[in-house]
Design a protein around this ligand. Sequence first.
Ligand code: V47
Length: 373
Amino acid sequence: MGKVLDFVRDKELLPIAEKVFEGERLSFEDGVKLFRSSDIHTIGFLANLVCERRSGKFVYFNVNLHVTPTNICVGTCKFCAFRKKKGEEGAYQLTVEEILEKVSSHKEKNPGITEVHIVGGLHPDWGLGEYLSIVKAVREAFPDVYIKAYTAEEIKYIADKSGLSVEEVLKKLIDAGLGSLPGGGGEIFAEGIRERLCPDKITGDEYLEVHKTAHRLGLKSNATMLFGHIESYEDRVDHLLRLREAQDETGGFQTFIPLAFHPLNTQVENASYTTGFDEIKTVAVSRLMLDNFPHVKAYWIMLGEKIAQLALQFGADDIDGTVVEEDITQAAGGRAGQYISKNRLIRLIKEAGKVPVERDTLYNVIKVYWEEE
Ligand code: V47
């Protein structure tokens, strides 16, 4: 072991490595130290170790589809290039029939789709009825497709508009066919940053409360962190630790997804694209800090195909997904495209030295692609 430790370039990381080997929980200070270090090999080695303790060589993917029912939003988030005001050029809202038509045509082209991810804006004229009818219609028309829909922000918006509690809204959505909550809307929890970035958005505590309520009702959910804008390393670690604490309480989070900020057409001052080094490190540190999250997802739409593939040796055990049509990243200068074939995902995973596993939303195994296939 002594010889191996000689290879650790940043000796400050040795006590952290010791903790990881022993399966001990990392502290806030450890998290900041990891982010400040440029010893990407050690950080990646540790993250991959933790990842493989949980998932072995398996890397999961799913065949899914994103539908964005509207870009009309009363929100004012400065990082968002997607939202439009009602009546503004480029604003749209799909009818239920148009949503069904989209799912149907994508299902025809990609017969293996198991999940539809539905997230849109806070539409000024929509309330519980409209959001509910989308879920109901998709459930009735496509009973074999799992519905992962509406961010915590949308759930709270519907609750406030309808005068119901978050719990009541979630119960109605579950009755209509909702299966899980996606992780969008997490951004950065630190109050000072959130106030500057998205002052009208629900607070970090409210985001966590919606997820914890969903978990208590038996739903699984994902969590996100938007990184690479105006936040500090300390803000990132604070975000991860708040998620870890919530997960200790309920255990209902499945996957953490670090979202790399895209700067075009946003109102974030002096904004620029994130770098490969920071992206890889953020995936790895997330894996190390979130010791109670089953999975960490490399979202190739935001990381790009190449960094997402590398992330599979740096702590990520999930690569999302075939997707088809994604608008939020595209509006902010996304460079990765919107669709990837299942065969390409399988190749990316195999070349990263891992075993591709097609999964459903709840991580039930659909098929393992062993080496010989
Ligand atoms: O909530 C908005 C982010 C999120 C920008 O749960 C931006 O499985 C980068 O949450 N640059 C939506 N990011 C996407 C999302 C997601 C994606 C894939 C899978 C899952 C899941 C969730 O996108 C928003 C916001 O945090 N976002 N604008 C931007 N300019």
